[in-house]
Design a protein around this ligand. Structure first.
Ligand code: ADP
Ligand code: MG
Length: 249
């Protein structure tokens, strides 16, 4: 379970997150939607402490951290907390000089202190799960965007995180490659992985989300099941956003 309580974040004088409350139960998938600039990426980055919230409480697995402007977190607490999260980025962020296999092994050896042999076994297992075992020795430049992103997912999963965070994982992809990445994500959801996904793929959100979260101007404007948010919302801002998105599909 990941639990956020009254999370605030400012950049300079601009308030980007204004008191976010959100709970995602273990094994559930939340899809965050909302206009550009509403704070979705910042919220995800706060969930793995790539950004430090100014205020609020985050609980994940066995760890609870409380943030305030006065108190500085201990590096060891932050690092322990972050180890429980996995992040999948819009632009994959693979190391270009490492093969697919090496990309999936690297973090396991450095962060998890696994032996090479352990890391190798886990990497092969995860590459197999994303359907890329036969591409293990290729470099990112030899792979399509969809394949690179599936390696990004395998790399995150190899760390055995409590929660997997995705920031627009398919928005850099050519349309014909989106499906293969969504399929891998759907498989993970069905296996009971806890996931938080920022995405504009509304049909995907309908299919896999246990919880749809609509963010606008730094607040959670509305949350609910796909049916509640997509079909039955009474919220004016949500309606406006959905109309805009649907007009472009
Ligand atoms: P979204 O992902 O919903 O598009 P972001 O979380 O990326 O929104 O950004 C929310 C707001 O915070 C934007 O106005 C953006 O310009 C600003 N912002 C994000 N990151 C930073 C940063 N590191 N420094 C300053 N401003 C930032
Ligand atoms: Mg973003």
């Amino acid at each position: 379970m990941i639990h956020l309580n009254q999370i605030y974040k400012k950049f300079g004088s601009m308030e980007v997150l204004k008191g976010i409350d959100l709970t995602i139960e273990k094994g559930k998938t939340a899809v965050i939607i909302g206009p550009s600039g509403s704070g979705k990426t910042t919220l995800l980055r706060c969930m793995n402490l790539l950004e430090t919230p100014d205020k609020g409480i985050i609980s994940l697995g066995k760890k609870t951290l409380e943030f305030s402007e006065k108190k500085k977190q201990k590096y060891s607490d932050v690092s322990e907390f972050r180890k429980q999260t996995g992040m999948v980025f819009q632009n994959y962020n693979l190391f270009p000089h490492l093969t697919a296999l090496q990309n999936v092994m690297e973090g396991q050896i450095i962060v998890k202190k696994r032996t090479k042999q352990e890391a190798y076994k886990m990497a092969l297992l995860q590459l197999e799960k994303v359907g890329l075992k036969d591409r293990a020795d290729m470099y990112p430049s030899q792979l399509s965007g969809g394949q690179q992103q599936r390696i990004g997912i395998a790399r995150a999963m190899a760390m055995e995180p409590e929660v997997l965070l995705f920031d627009e994982p398919t928005s850099a992809l050519d349309p014909e490659l989106v499906g293969e990445v969504l399929k891998v994500m759907k498989d993970l959801a069905n296996e009971g992985m806890t996931m938080v996904i920022v995405s504009h793929e509304m049909q995907f959100a309908r299919d896999v989300a246990d919880l749809v979260v609509f963010m606008d101007q730094g607040v959670v404007m509305e949350k609910g099941t796909p049916a509640e948010v997509f079909d039955n919302t009474k919220n004016e801002r949500t309606l406006q956003f959905l109309n805009k998105v649907q007009a472009t599909v």
